[in-house]
Design a protein around this ligand. Structure first.
Ligand SMILES: C[S@@+](CC[C@H](N)C(=O)[O-])C[C@H]1O[C@@H](n2cnc3c(N)ncnc32)[C@H](O)[C@@H]1O
Length: 214
């Protein structure tokens, strides 16, 4: 961390204890494998890492005896985490920390017997979910186009469906007003039009996903 970066980008990290104190406020959500989290100025991912640790603990407890289920739910957990940072090295470090956490926990149970397809899927999702972007202008730093986030939904057993949304459309609605986004509680939900949607595909073949005709 440099003084210049602290001055220009407020690059000061939250301690692990403070992160966990804050996550405890929404503890039940952190334990829900598919509950989505966005860290909008994620740095190297201090919040996302702790959320992933909690989710992996749940997955390990429930599914450690089935490699297929363990993998499937890890994919679901990774696909639920989103981050944005304006500094490219932070984005890379955030992706790496989340990836390393998955591999470390996988190896603890399955002793390095990891499938290359699984690795590819995890990297693929992280490359979309952790965005090098500006959370104020809502522009992707690489393309200079609006930030797009992919929603990954398991539609049946192993099939995952990707739907892309423009981030500014997602936040155009105020979450605590009458109409709430992605509510599980039965309120009226407003879902913006997707930018793209893709055909459902096995989660281990995610890289081969194909856009649906609209
Ligand atoms: C205070 S740090 C917080 C990092 C992390 N969320 C944490 O709590 O440990 C702020 C982060 O915001 C990033 N940042 C600053 N301006 C930003 C912007 N306009 N869009 C996205 N990220 C930004 C910085 O690069 C830095 O990593």
């Amino acid at each position: 961390m440099s003084i210049d970066r602290v001055k220009e980008f407020a690059e000061v990290y939250t301690s692990e204890k403070d992160v966990n104190d804050m996550l405890d406020i929404v503890n039940e959500e952190t334990l829900r494998i598919d509950s989505r989290f966005l860290e909008p100025a994620c740095g190297n991912g201090n919040f996302l890492v702790q959320v992933l640790i909690r989710k992996i603990n749940v997955i390990t407890k429930r599914y450690k005896n089935s490699k297929v289920e363990f993998e499937r739910y890890i994919v679901q957990a990774i696909s639920s985490l989103y981050g944005i940072d304006i500094l490219k090295d932070n984005v890379e470090m955030c992706r790496k920390r989340l990836f390393d956490l998955v591999i470390e926990n996988y190896n603890k149970i399955y002793e390095k017997n990891i499938s290359q397809k699984f690795i590819k899927t995890i990297k693929y999702i992280l490359s979309f979910n952790i965005v090098w972007g500006d959370a104020l202008s809502l522009l992707d730093q690489e393309s200079k186009q609006p930030i797009i986030f992919a929603e990954w939904s398991f539609v049946t057993g192993s099939l995952i469906k990707r739907t892309d949304y423009i981030f500014s459309d997602l936040i155009a609605y105020q979450p605590f007003e009458k109409d709430t986004l992605f509510s599980d509680l039965g309120e009226k939900v407003i879902i913006p039009d997707p930018k793209y949607s893709y055909k459902p595909i096995h989660y281990l073949d995610l890289e081969k996903n194909v856009k649906e005709k609209s």
